[in-house]
Design a protein around this ligand. Structure first.
Ligand code: CA
Length: 220
């Protein structure tokens, strides 16, 4: 799950990145509106946390441009601007949620989970497929009712596949959801995590679609 964080306060950004990383998100950070615009054009994100007061180009302008080109990307505004008029302007410009500073990290995480499950087309908090249940709030995974222990990367990969369970996910798409900028990516790490997931969830849980990528098996 890859998130773009747009925040010009470096200390605050560090705290948010650390917190979101612990929640298994890959976080790309930019500190001005122009860089945000370029990042949003160039990369596939699952959500964006957007400050409003930014150098070069304000957050509202970034958001308006994003919606202007039809993007459905979930956007959460995170700002010190706390008047009702600011919130209305942000939501009407196309934000999906609005959180004011100071804020609690657990609340930001919960709001992101809500945005992401809505974006995935589901209001129910857990993701289920063929006996496997993943709960994004607790990060617990069960298989036929039994708890399954996954590494952070295995969990992220499984979460991605469950969110797109009717789609084939290419290796590149899976890598994008696993790694932020500058993170070391081994040459066949996706294959390794898929192998581990098959070992833990059953050999046929994930199908390899030759030349295209991976897909969850049909639900029985
Ligand atoms: Ca700011």
């Amino acid at each position: 799950m890859r998130i773009l964080l747009v925040e010009d306060d470096a200390m605050l950004a560090d705290g948010i990145r650390a917190g979101l990383k612990l929640a298994n998100y890959a976080v790309d950070w930019v500190r001005d509106g122009d860089a945000a615009r370029l990042a949003l054009l160039d990369h596939a994100y699952q959500a964006c946390v957007l400050d409003l007061g930014l150098p070069r180009r304000g957050g509202l302008s970034v958001l308006e441009e994003l919606r202007g080109r039809g993007s459905q990307l979930p956007v959460l505004i995170l700002t010190a601007r706390d008047t009702s008029a600011d919130k209305i302007a942000g939501l009407d410009a196309g934000a999906d949620d609005y959180l004011t500073k100071p804020f609690d990290l657990p609340e930001l995480q919960a709001r992101l989970r809500a945005l992401l499950r809505r974006a995935g087309g589901a209001a129910v908090p857990t993701l289920t497929h063929a006996g496997v249940v993943l709960d994004p709030a607790s990060k617990r995974v069960t298989h036929n009712g039994q708890p399954v222990t996954l590494s952070a990367r295995e969990y992220t990969l499984l979460h991605d596949l469950l969110r797109h369970k009717t789609h084939i996910r290419s290796r590149g798409q899976l890598e994008e959801s696993l790694y932020a900028w500058g993170e070391e990516t081994g040459s066949n790490t996706v294959e390794v995590y898929i192998h581990n997931l098959r070992r833990k969830l059953g050999a046929d849980f994930i199908r390899t679609i030759r030349g295209l990528g991976y897909q969850l098996r049909d639900s029985a």
